[in-house]
Design a protein around this ligand. Sequence first.
Ligand code: ADP
Ligand code: ZN
Length: 214
Amino acid sequence: MILVLLGPPGSGKGTQAKRLSALRGWPQLSTGDMLRTAIAAGSKLGLEAKSFMDQGNLVPDSVVVGLIAERSSQADCKNGFILDGFPRTIPQAQSLDQMLTAQSRRVDKVLLFQIENEELVKRLSGRRVCSNCGSMYHVEFSPPKASGVCDKCGSKALIQRDDDQAAVIEKRLKVYQEQTEPLVKYYTDAKKLKTLDATLQPEQVEENLLKMLS
Ligand code: ADP
Ligand code: ZN
């Protein structure tokens, strides 16, 4: 199964990709995570990507297409994978189709996470992430048990992502609307798109998602 999770920043794609990956064994391929790993490692690619990301802009198509081409060719992707945050532009979707066609594979399903901008701003501005283990929190909706301490690993480094600052959030939502939303038509025309209500609790979204896959 090759699955694309499509939706605006903060719609919960990453959360669901992780759950589904654990449940079904398909690796989660998140271009956002790959880019942040490259930044943390201080690589040339990371350095180039950081300036785009900090301003809420997309990283050039060639960079993310390269990352996905490499990662998806690894052995653990043989039985399928979950794309989280890719493709984000029409050219990326076309490159993905070409790449998969060359391997006699194809995107099986695209799940669209539907949610209003107002709710996204609330989610993103309160989001905190453990810089040690990657666990996600929200200052209001899902705070850690002890204030400022990660439940999972005990680290006190709960930080706000640079691109979760208010000014950058607005920009990311605008970029989504302009560059990523055209993919809704692209995948509707390909008869692959299904829509999920992403305003529900994560457990409920997961249940609905599993139903759509069966
Ligand atoms: P979110 O979905 O919350 O915006 P991500 O972690 O998916 O978070 O992405 C963070 C940033 O990484 C994006 O704003 C963008 O700059 C860059 N990025 C991630 N995936 C892509 C992609 N497929 N194409 C271009 N840029 C990307
Ligand atoms: Zn942690």
